[in-house]
Ligand binder design. Structure first.
Ligand code: SF4
Length: 527
């Protein structure tokens, strides 16, 4: 596979870089410098660094064109590397990470590894981490604490940390200082290098660190191991919005869109394989195509082309209100396989707070967008993400969030108490809303959302809706569960043979977070 090393941060071949800042070097010795890799000996552990994260580089947005590489292949000497061995990946965070895990599973299996259900059976364990919130990071360090015991019992076990946390200088520093029993640290931009990194770690028995601070090119044709009825398809990578509370633009790099022909080919192939639902993924899908220099082709155009492919349902996440344009609304309004569910993170109902968050829209423009969506797509379900207790949020500003939620009538929302993320601009603002006030605001917001959710569910009683049956309910194995086009959770009675099918269900009862219904139509007659 072609690889452009100019996109890599840190040392290029033959040039060593000073990584002293990442750990206490008082006892460290440089023991080797070759091929752009520097090996250090510290506290009895050899650490091989080829490139480490740099917050300063991650902020930059370069002008160099992103290249698309279509010739990915597992190196010949790695094809049987995993024969007789197994791997286990623990995934934290968002669907983007889930999808990255599918890619890594694909690569592991192309190397001959088998998937292990438990840590205990695995020869390689990877933690695919999330950096969005401090507590997500604490969980990973807690997990590493548990894994240390396993590593002591089985020194041959290879233990890796990847994902967004690895893109942070502070995290890499902490791993090198306190968790040096880890064997491998790599980031979000060089997932395709997993086979080579694994080989380096296995052969050298050194802690291998390779984290690119500048985003890589787009690598097509990576193997993927998908499971279930629903498939995720990445349409773009990175984010250029730089909301002041968010670490993603640093951990995932600049916005890079996959070429439409590659996305469409992947969706067609998934349709051919029988997937019932496809979710298009990106940190900000509405910016899709803005980076194309050779054509004018945006997210609305992509959705239009995908609407012609024979897959029953298509969703997308996540949207940024700023880039949500009229063309997209017009395409979504045509329905067909494009589900009428829009996740539209608002974050706050106060223009002042939105300004401090650098969201680049106002309360009024958000409400105007919602009005347009509802007018064009009757029955559209809107869900959101909301932060309470952002630095400086007053009682009045929080009340503006409550009134916006009432006005929009979100079906549901992910709600969060603000907590600072090191390295973001908001971390430098005074976090001056007392914890008790933040908690009370969150409670009131969640209570309101529960009332609105229940009211929306009550309005469904008596309606007949299309449900994709996904499996048994998590709480009641004797009941089947599935989702409507608007992403509502539905419980129903029926045989397991319905799993994977689209059925018609008449809603009979409303609950706060789901509805219950009974089969009608063909599926009911066949039971
Ligand atoms: S648009 Fe989303 S991913 Fe991008 S910086 Fe803002 S919150 Fe983060």
């Amino acid at each position: 596979m072609e690889r452009d090393s100019s996109n890599r941060s840190g040392a290029t071949a033959g040039e060593a870089k000073d990584y002293a800042k990442y750990f206490d070097f008082s006892t460290a010795k440089i023991i080797r410098e070759e091929d752009g890799k520097t090996a250090y000996r510290i506290n009895g552990r050899t650490i091989q660094v080829s490139s480490a994260p740099s917050h300063r580089d991650e902020k930059k947005r370069g002008k160099q064109e992103v290249e698309v590489h279509r010739a990915f292949g597992i190196l010949e000497d790695m094809a049987g590397f995993g024969r007789g061995k197994s791997y286990h990946i623990r995934t934290y965070g968002c669907q983007m990470n889930e999808h990255d895990t599918e890619v890594m599973r694909g690569m592991f299996e192309a190397m001959g590894y088998e998937q292990a259900d438990e840590y205990a059976q695995a020869d390689v364990i990877l933690l695919n981490t999330c950096a969005i919130r401090e507590n997500a990071e604490d969980k990973v360090f807690g997990e590493l604490g548990h894994l240390k015991k396993l590593k002591t019992e089985r020194p041959g076990l290879l233990l890796g940390v990847c994902g967004c946390m690895s893109q942070e200088e502070t995290v890499v520093s902490r791993i090198l200082q306190k968790h040096a029993f880890v064997d491998l640290v790599f980031g979000t931009h060089n997932i395709h290098r997993l086979p080579e990194l694994l080989r380096d770690a296995a052969h050298s028995r050194e802690l291998v660190v390779e984290v690119w601070s500048k985003e890589g090119d787009i690598i097509e044709n990576l193997p993927k191991k998908r499971e279930g009825l629903r498939a995720w398809v990445n349409i773009m990578y990175g984010c250029d919005k730089f909301c002041t509370y968010c670490i993603v633009p640093y951990t995932r790099g600049k916005e890079r869109s996959r070429r439409p022909e590659d996305v469409l080919a992947e969706v067609r192939e998934l349709a051919r394989q029988g997937f019932q639902e496809i979710t298009l993924l990106g940190q900000n899908v509405n910016a899709y195509g803005k980076d194309f220099e050779d054509r004018t082709y945006r997210f609305g155009d992509l959705m239009h082309d995908i609407s012609r492919i024979a897959v029953p349902r298509v969703r997308f996440t996540t949207s940024h209100p700023r880039d949500f344009d009229d063309r997209l609304i017009q395409v979504l309004a045509q329905g067909g396989n494009l589900a009428e569910h829009i996740h539209l993170p608002v974050q706050s109902g106060s223009t002042e707070v939105l300004k401090r968050m650098s969201r680049k829209y106002t309360r009024e423009s958000y409400l105007e967008l919602v009005r347009k969506i509802k007018a064009a797509i009757p029955g559209a379900s809107l869900t959101s993400d909301i932060i309470v207790g952002f630095p400086g949020e007053t009682d009045e500003q929080f009340e503006e969030t409550m009134s916006l939620v009432r006005e929009v009538r979100f079906d549901s929302a992910y709600t969060f108490i603000y907590s600072p993320r090191a390295g973001t601009p908001a971390a430098g603002m005074e976090d001056n809303v007392p914890e008790a006030v933040k908690k009370e605001r969150l409670r009131r917001l969640n209570d309101l959302l529960a009332v609105l959710g229940r009211e929306a569910n009550e309005a469904m009683v008596g309606q007949t809706v299309e449900v994709l049956v996904e499996g048994e309910s998590k709480t009641r194995p004797d009941v089947l569960s599935g989702r409507t086009r608007t992403n509502k959770l539905v419980h129903l009675d029926g045989p397991r043979s319905l799993v994977g099918r689209l059925v018609q269900v008449k809603v009979t009862e409303a609950h706060s977070w789901h509805v219950r219904g009974e089969l009608v139509g063909d599926a009911a007659e066949a039971v």
